[in-house]
Design a protein around this ligand. Structure first.
Ligand SMILES: C[S@@+](CC[C@H](N)C(=O)[O-])C[C@H]1O[C@@H](n2cnc3c(N)ncnc32)[C@H](O)[C@@H]1O
Length: 222
């Protein structure tokens, strides 16, 4: 049975207005296509920064693959230098993750998503990930049982996300505090060193969860 979620009350994402990232090499494009057609679990990191988490995750999980996307040139340059093509199961991509996901990922292809310390967007709550129409699209790229890990040092960001998960997205999640000695990302290290309370939500996509994009694949993919 399909899970009935009232997506008609959320603003509709329009992938057709976006353009595929131009910066990708043909080798990257080949990997993106191949990885989605194989059984090895595939993860996406959005806003990977300088890539600390991406490198740790890929090194610790040789049986999984990670595509880690960062938009800012300077941060991506540091990430690219650190990664140095050393891990077969990590693909670091310089792009806007929204356009990347909309144009290059197929429905039902991801086993997990990382959103670690996203920009809090204090003046524009519509730019926070769970307030964006894109979030519904992102859910459509995930397999049933896949998870999103959302971490933040900002209590109201986590509280707002938890309310949206319950009221709008109707998704189950587990909330927890991050240990003071955790060191997954540069921002996590900085916030914990300042003694800030960092929290995360592990959000699960249930079986039979439906979105309006479950059959959508961009022209590049069909
Ligand atoms: C606060 S930083 C956190 C970086 C890293 N996750 C960490 O914890 O150290 C947020 C990052 O998300 C990136 N970002 C924001 N929106 C993005 C998008 N649409 N696509 C790709 N990266 C994005 C920013 O460039 C920035 O590097």
């Amino acid at each position: 049975m399909q899970q009935q979620v009232s997506h008609q009350f959320t603003r509709l994402f329009h992938p057709e207005y976006l353009h595929a990232p131009k910066s990708l090499s043909s080798q990257d494009m080949d990997k993106i296509h191949t990885w989605q057609s194989q059984d090895t679990p595939l993860f996406l990191e959005i806003g990977a920064g300088k890539g600390k988490h991406a490198l740790l995750f890929a090194a610790a999980n040789p049986d999984k693959r990670l595509i880690a996307v960062e938009r800012t040139s300077e941060k991506f340059a540091s990430f690219d230098k650190l990664a140095d093509n050393s891990l077969e199961n990590l693909l670091n991509i310089h792009a806007d993750a929204i356009a990347f996901t909309a144009k290059l990922l197929k429905p039902n292809c991801l086993d997990g998503v990382f959103l670690l310390y996203p920009n809090p967007e204090p003046h524009n709550k519509n730019q926070r990930w769970l307030n964006m129409p894109f979030f519904e699209f992102l859910l459509s790229r995930m397999k049933a049982g896949a998870t999103i890990t959302l971490a933040s040092n900002i209590e109201i960001y986590i509280d707002e996300a938890a309310d949206l998960l319950t009221d709008t997205w109707q998704l189950p999640f587990v909330k927890s505090s991050i240990a003071a000695d955790s060191a997954r990302t540069h921002f996590e290290i900085k916030y914990l060193a300042r003694g800030e309370h960092c929290q995360e939500l592990i959000i699960t996509k249930p079986e039979n969860y439906c979105t309006r994009f479950d059959d959508y694949a961009a022209d590049l993919l069909v």
